[in-house]
Ligand binder design. Sequence first.
Ligand code: SF4
Length: 336
Amino acid sequence: MKNKTTALALFSGGLDSILACRVVAEQGITVQALKFVTPFFDYELLEKQDEYKKKIRDTYGIDVTLIDISLPYLELLRNPPHGFGKHFNPCIDCKIMMLTEAKKLMDEYGASFIITGEVLGQRPMSQRKDTLRVIERDSRTDSILLRPLCAKSQPPTQAELSGLIDREKLLNFSGRGRTNQIELARSFNITDYPAPAGGCVLTDPNLSRRIKGLFLETPEIDINDIRFLLVGRQFKLPNGGWLAMGRDQNENDEIIKLKQPDDISLKMPTRPGPTALLRHSAHLEDIDFAASLVVRYGKKVKQGDPEADVTVTAPDWEKTVHVAPLQDAVFSSWIR
Ligand code: SF4
């Protein structure tokens, strides 16, 4: 009889999560991977879900579903009960949230247990032995959370005790080395996988500092604000304006997509240069500074007038101003 046991997997897309899915699927269990997204990690996948699902199925033989947890995540970042890691990364509470959400979906998928790609001792904060216990306890998944890559160093879970899965075929990986994972990947014929780390901007020193600053100074933050804050060059102008400026065509396009009704856009009509968006300020001085910054980062002219036209489009007016590039000494302290 076909084995109908199903497991839900937290799926980051990194090698460990890929291997965890494959180790369990190898025992005839249906694995449904869940990829949680927020503006801090993998949000762009929401725009190309079908393409992403196909790529993961074709490359790794894994079925994945994307789940957007942006709104509760923004709340969580205000005050994560277990605090932050080295940067603005609430890794323990992040995992607790994902497991809690996965647990809510178990009935819908007819799942008997949940798996993760965690490896004991791999990360300094969130994968210590005591922390793994805290994550299980606070997500209320203690008997149903199986970590296939380090299961043999963990107490047996319900799935192992009831015979749904053979504990002997699970693994005992530990520590930060990758040799075991790479060998296991090879045994599954998996050679194309992402490099470790990366993906979550909350662990990036510069971007997480920007995000933390925003959380400290702004009581209301929405998803668009976070995406705005993560695109291109960023400036905090003297009268409270936030300015985002594209560094290439992709970022210019992204900035335009993020435009909100009250935002002011700036662009040079006759010279190549960045698209910029000014938010939270219609102060004339901020608009002038923004226009001069657009010229500063626009294409330089070898000879002749360094000044240029900039078209400024506000919600209820539009005008073209002729301005000089702003001197670096004036704005260096405005860079976020
Ligand atoms: S690195 Fe980012 S996505 Fe990963 S657990 Fe930490 S906060 Fe969550």
